[in-house]
Design a protein around this ligand. Structure first.
Ligand SMILES: Cc1cc2nc3c(=O)[nH]c(=O)nc-3n(C[C@H](O)[C@H](O)[C@H](O)COP(=O)(O)OP(=O)(O)OC[C@H]3O[C@@H](n4cnc5c(N)ncnc54)[C@H](O)[C@@H]3O)c2cc1C
Length: 441
């Protein structure tokens, strides 16, 4: 690859960024993919790590390993903190350097989203969200730790609070998490404790919406809710959470005492809109043009959860398929421009459908006019999720684990692991003055 070839900087190695990088594999460009994590994460299965079905290494792969055969692509571990669109560079904090300027000819921002507490950031302390592997492991520690604490507690009055689990937000993540938690406590843990009965644990799913799985058809929401109730999940709808503190939540004026509250509600986009000073929608997502570029900057593209685009009068949702198709499209636009070819037609999302799993052997699936719930939908869910895992080694490992768990009821990773906090002697915890990457030619 010639050093004079245009440089494409991709920020984010999630679904959008990875798809963009792969779309450029045969282009005459130098691709630099920057991510603050060293791994691509399959977020749709995070809830299975949080509920001990899978271990972290089964749903994530090192980005450089995924792209190892792509000779025109370099992967950098670093956090982007800003963009100078006049100078055409992004600023990167890496392990021991801050604010390193990295020049680009084309820029693709695919920085995803984080939790939104809808203006109540004070809830974050008491109700962690589920977005990263660290979140999932921390929630797993907390859930398993609650059972350990209850087993060691002589006062039976305290068992109830310790074994009450509250999930705030009944979208796909909340529903999937509640179903998996119910199976964990009612089946996997049932015979292992002496002082407490895990099957008596209370799981409460709360949402201010009138039904679970709002984006799905009403019949599928009803099927999912019925299934959750069969699994012993209490579904409380129609009231928002007024307060979350160390003793539980207050919802609709009533307190639910709980030592484990999990936030499965809103998401907020990354600060890409601020970096670019570009127009954003109300949620803060960058409003992109039909070719996914930023108004006034044909060389900058924003894709995935951090982009805002309407199709047929409706905003595209924050789902993996949108991010992948947009990433692939942005890569293609750049490839064609470099080859001197005409621009492709405006981006159009092809909706392959949505699904959510509810406990063991049951899912809901909506694809066009097809509405399906039950075991067949669950088989489709399992097949599609296996297909989209980043590497074949993960597909085999997850498949084997699922079969084992399905047949025996045993969980793969029921470990409480408290990672060390970085110490001052850890090189990653200290930062040296910045050194510049090679300048943009
Ligand atoms: C728990 C959960 C369950 C989900 N379930 C489903 C599902 O079942 N089906 C579905 O379709 N979708 C699901 N989603 C949504 C789906 O995961 C997202 O829509 C998708 O990941 C968006 O892709 P993206 O590329 O925009 O962002 P992401 O995949 O989130 O990737 C963003 C990347 O950017 C990196 N990054 C962010 N900021 C910076 C920075 N400043 N510097 C460097 N790197 C940075 C991050 O480390 C990350 O690797 C789920 C999401 C969650 C959280």
């Amino acid at each position: 690859m010639l050093d004079s070839a245009p440089r494409v900087v991709i920020v984010g190695g999630g679904f959008g960024g990875l798809a963009a990088a792969k779309a450029l594999r045969n282009a005459d460009v130098r691709v630099v993919l920057v991510d603050r994590q060293n791994h691509h994460l399959f977020q749709p299965l995070l809830y299975q790590v949080a509920t001990s079905v899978l271990s972290p290494g089964q749903i994530a792969s090192p980005i450089r390993s995924i792209l190892r055969r792509q000779r025109n692509t370099m992967v950098l571990l670093g956090e982007v903190t800003g963009v100078d669109s006049d100078q055409r560079c992004v600023f990167v904090d890496s392990v021991d350097r801050e604010g390193v300027a990295l020049g680009y000819d084309y820029l693709i921002l695919a920085t995803g989203a984080s939790h939104s507490y809808f203006g109540h950031d004070e809830f974050a302390r008491f109700a962690p969200g589920l977005k990263s592997l660290a979140d999932a492991v921390s929630i797993r520690n907390h859930i398993l730790g609650a059972f350990e604490q209850a087993e060691a507690e002589e006062d039976p009055k305290r068992h109830r609070d310790l074994l009450t689990f509250v999930l705030v937000g009944a979208g796909p993540t909340g529903v999937e998490m509640a179903g998996a938690l119910a199976i964990l406590v009612r089946a996997a843990l049932r015979s292992e404790f002496r002082r407490v009965d895990p099957t008596s644990a209370r799981i409460v799913l709360i949402d201010m919406a009138p039904r679970v799985l709002g984006p799905f058809a009403e019949s599928l929401s009803a099927a999912a809710q019925e299934r959750l109730q069969q699994l012993g999940v209490e579904v409380q709808l129609g009231h928002g959470v007024d307060l979350i503190d160390a003793d539980g939540v207050v919802v609709g004026g009533e307190r639910i005492a709980s030592k484990t509250v999990i936030w499965t509600a809103g998401v907020a986009p990354s600060p890409a809109g601020n970096w670019l000073k570009a127009p954003t929608d109300r949620a803060g997502r960058v409003r992109v043009q039909p070719d996914l570029s930023v108004p006034g900057h044909p060389e900058i593209f924003v894709v995935g959860d951090t982009a805002s685009l309407e199709q047929d009068g409706r905003p595209l949702g924050g789902v993996a398929q949108v991010a992948m198709q947009q990433g692939r499209y942005a890569g293609r636009v750049i490839h064609r421009r470099i080859d001197g070819k005409s621009a492709p037609r405006p981006f159009r999302y092809f909706d392959k459908g949505t699904m959510a799993v509810v406990g063991k052997g049951f899912a809901v699936l909506q694809s066009g006019r097809l509405h399906l719930s039950g075991f067949l939908a669950w088989l489709a869910w399992a097949a599609i999720h296996l297909e989209f895992l980043a590497q074949s080694s993960l597909r085999v490992s997850v498949f084997v684990q699922w079969v084992w768990t399905y047949v025996t009821g045993q969980r793969g990773a029921r470990l409480i692991v408290n990672h060390h906090a970085p110490s001052s002697s850890d090189p990653a915890a200290t930062r040296a003055p910045s050194i510049r990457f090679r300048e943009q030619p």
